[in-house]
Design a protein around this ligand. Structure first.
Ligand code: FAD
Length: 277
């Protein structure tokens, strides 16, 4: 059986110290031969230059880099110039997103949804980019309902996405159901499972509420019971997420995409448990 693929996601560093630390983290994660590193794009383009600098640095170390690009509050001219910049620097993977309007922003810009961005990228650049889009096995929080959300996901695939990366989840069945729904709808692009290692609780809880990721009751209750004991949370989180990854790979997930939060140790510990490091 071929070795499963991985990719690792980072956010652009905010300080010079953060940049040094990220280089170190990336060096450690590069050892397991990931398919690519991806770098997030702040709401409304707030990290536009930092995302660019970070992917250029990654690519200069010989690792394939995929910048995220969100289109909300953006103009076509703006997106065109970002795409041209990436092409000029031989960046050929991109994670195409709508993003969320930063609070206080009134105008949604020239794109309303991610399918319009995918369409624009294809019209402007043909087949140059390998386009990844977001998928929501537990349904996007703003979706009218699950059926509409899935139809909207399909629009992105029909517009030319090559692969999808899911929002993180702790319920493997949600992923398998989503993949089955794709198969029934004739969607054959890889559905990469997004994995969020568990290293703390309160921040994970807040973030999951916002992005619509469900923390099942049993998991929430166990994590709550550890209080501020970070070591216990990490140990238990490692066990839970390693088992989830194993279940996903055994069930046919083609690849795992780790939301690293710019840390190497939690992801490496999971890969070690899976005998994949
Ligand atoms: P869309 O696919 O456009 O969907 C957004 C909502 O609109 C959904 O409810 C959908 O059902 C609905 N919808 C979609 N198309 C239509 C249509 N044509 N008509 C009517 N309704 C429609 N955010 C960032 O700011 N920066 C990042 O770097 C970033 N990286 C991410 C990476 C991954 C792998 C994931 C899963 C998410 C990421 N996000 C990021 C978060 C993402 O931007 C938010 O979840 C955002 O709310 C939706 O983006 P989308 O591309 O999924 O939007």
């Amino acid at each position: 059986m071929p070795r499963p693929q991985f990719s690792f996601e980072f956010y652009p560093p905010k300080t010079p110290e953060g940049a040094v630390s990220l280089e170190n983290v990336q060096q450690q994660l590069a050892e397991v031969n990931p398919e690519f590193f991806s770098v997030t794009f702040g709401a409304g383009g707030s990290t536009r230059d930092k995302t660019f600098e970070t992917v250029i640095k990654i690519q200069s170390h010989g690792i394939s880099a995929a910048p995220h690009l969100s289109c909300v509050a953006s103009t076509k001219e703006n997106v065109r110039s970002i795409l041209n910049n990436y092409r000029e620097n031989s960046i050929s993977k991109i994670v195409a997103l709508r993003g969320d309007l930063p609070s206080g922003t009134l105008s949604a810009g020239e794109f309303r949804y991610a399918n319009e961005l995918v369409e624009f990228i294809r019209t402007e650049t043909g087949d140059y980019f390998d386009i990844h889009v977001a998928a929501y096995p537990e349904v996007h929080p703003q979706a009218v309902n699950g059926t509409e959300d899935f139809k909207n996901f399909k629009r992105k695939v029909d517009a030319g996405a090559n692969s999808a990366i899911t929002q993180y989840f702790y319920n493997a069945e949600a992923y398998f159901q989503f993949v089955e729904q794709c198969q029934k709808s004739g969607i054959s692009i890889p559905i990469v499972a997004g994995i969020m290692p568990i290293t703390q609780y309160s921040q994970l809880f807040r973030f999951s509420e916002m992005c619509g990721a469900d923390i099942p009751r049993w998991l929430r209750k166990r994590l709550e019971s550890f209080g501020d004991n970070r070591e216990e949370i990490k140990e238990f989180g490692l066990e839970v997420v390693s088992r989830l990854c194993q279940q996903l790979l055994d069930g046919g997930a083609p690849s795992l995409h780790f939301y690293t939060m710019n840390q190497a140790a939690p992801t490496l510990a999971i890969l070690k448990n899976l005998n994949l490091s």
